[in-house]
Design a protein. Structure first.
Length: 69
């Protein structure tokens, strides 16, 4: 009963919307992709994960990593 009252957070709401639009396996892959991108951004920026907020100034200061050939 408690789960019915609790509002969905952003990521869970997005995942449920994707699952309603497409097949279960495709939605699971989309969620895994999104979580991997979030994990990468957290590790890259050395920041704690919270509610994602757009930070255009930080994106402009970011430099690309050199890839060895």
């Amino acid at each position: 009963m408690r789960n019915l009252i609790k509002p969905l957070d952003g990521l869970r709401a997005w995942a449920t919307a994707v699952q309603q639009r497409t097949y279960h396996n495709k939605a699971a892959c989309a969620l895994a992709n999104k979580l991997a991108r979030i994990c990468y951004a957290v590790l890259r920026d050395h920041a704690a994960y919270g509610n994602p907020q757009p930070r255009p100034d930080k994106k402009l200061q970011r430099t690309a990593f050199a890839i060895a050939a």
